[in-house]
Design a protein around this ligand. Structure first.
Ligand SMILES: Nc1ncnc2c1ncn2[C@@H]1O[C@H](COP(=O)(O)OP(=O)(O)O)[C@@H](O)[C@H]1O
Ligand SMILES: Cc1ncc(C[n+]2csc(CCOP(=O)(O)OP(=O)(O)O)c2C)c(N)n1
Ligand SMILES: [Mg+2]
Length: 318
């Protein structure tokens, strides 16, 4: 396999990461110096987040490089969408076991495609050798001061909503592990999770809390509950899942993670406004209500009766 032209780390950065990315008008200085310089618009809050993806933990090491890149940037950008941010740019820290030209060219092409679709300028990064492929992506964007959505202000009486079908990523996983190069059907959702940026921006003026579901609906619902000091009561049959309630894989859907859908709360008095979002976001579904904290962070109900929560309610690294 050929190596990057020229030699070493700097030739590799010049060749693959110095150009071809969307240029955001607020970027004063991007790739090439000790730090990037970005001038946020007046009256906006800067939102920043970082996520790491590790080979054979977050994606199969043998997956095509452009799919690995697409997935890594989309998963990172999802955190901005969850808070209602307008995307601006990202930093990329790459640890590579080797520098194969074809692999890097394919990775950079997937990254550029995703960056253009998501409107994220590559601002800089870091490239090192290491024993396995690790991709860390810091993303940033902004929102009018004070308008960003958080996990912490769900109110008793709010409706609970999800942006679309839950469980696609979880049910894709066995297929993806079996054949990492295939990206049709469910595997498409695994490699190309839909980043809900337009919905997040619209929710700034409607939702009381919001987050993206990366680890599993049940576990992530617990994060809003704890941050807001309330209980989230979910209606099992109202959750739009890719496997039906009677299917043995239903539990995997609500605990498996890799959804990157938004979970959000809206005051019941504004339910009609939330329903009207269906014109643009046809998949949104009302799945429960926020109640006063009653000892449990999350309750799962079916036809008024409580369902026992599984021991394993989402992905945890340790
Ligand atoms: N090593 C760390 N140092 C500081 N903060 C961290 C670290 N790891 C995670 N966090 C913070 O803990 C919170 C939960 O992390 P995580 O579950 O990874 O969030 P997300 O699902 O949004 O990526 C986030 O606010 C994140 O910034
Ligand atoms: C090859 C492979 N095995 C297992 C999984 C399942 N998985 C790994 S990490 C994870 C949760 C999301 O990752 P995390 O690092 O917790 O992301 P964050 O919550 O910080 O956004 C899931 C569902 C996967 N995506 N790919
Ligand atoms: Mg994280």
């Amino acid at each position: 396999m050929s190596k990057a032209t020229g030699s070493g780390e700097f030739a590799l950065i010049r060749e693959f990461f110095a150009s071809g990315f969307p240029r955001n008008k607020h970027t004063r200085l991007g790739v090439g110096d000790d730090a990037s310089i970005v001038m946020p618009p007046a009256g906006c809050d800067l939102l920043q987040s970082i996520d790491t993806q590790v080979a054979d933990v977050h994606f199969p090491a043998t997956a095509p490089a452009h799919l690995i890149a697409q997935r890594a940037l989309r998963c990172a950008a999802s955190d901005l969408a969850a808070m209602g941010a307008e995307p601006q740019g990202f930093h990329l820290a790459l640890t590579l076991p080797n520098a194969e030209y074809e692999w890097l060219a394919d990775f950079a092409s997937g990254l550029r495609d995703a960056a253009h679709e998501l409107d994220l300028d590559l601002l800089g990064g870091d490239t090192t050798s290491g024993p396995c492929l690790v991709i860390s992506i810091q993303v940033q964007g902004w929102a009018p001061a004070g308008s960003a959505l958080t996990r912490a202000s769900a109110q008793i009486g709010d409706d609970i909503w999800v942006s679309d079908t839950i469980g696609r990523g979880a049910l894709a996983l066995p297929q993806v592990l079996e054949n990492p190069a295939q990206f049709s059907g469910l595997a498409r959702h695994y490699y190309f999770p839909q980043v809900q940026t337009p919905l997040g921006i619209q929710l700034r003026d409607l939702a009381t809390s919001c987050m993206d579901i990366s680890d599993g609906l049940l576990q992530d619902a617990g994060h809003i509950a704890r941050a807001s000091g309330v209980t989230l009561e979910l209606n099992a049959t109202a959750i739009p899942t890719i496997a039906e309630r009677t299917d043995s894989r239903w539990l995997q859907c609500i605990t498996g993670g890799d959804d990157y859908q938004l979970l959000f709360t809206v005051p019941a008095a504004r339910r009609k406004e939330a329903e009207a979002l269906r014109d643009e976001f046809s998949g949104i579904a009302r799945i429960g209500k926020v109640i006063a904290h009653n000892g449990e962070d999350v309750l799962l109900q079916e036809e008024g009766r409580p369902l026992e929560l599984p021991q394993h309610n989402g992905y945890q690294h340790f």
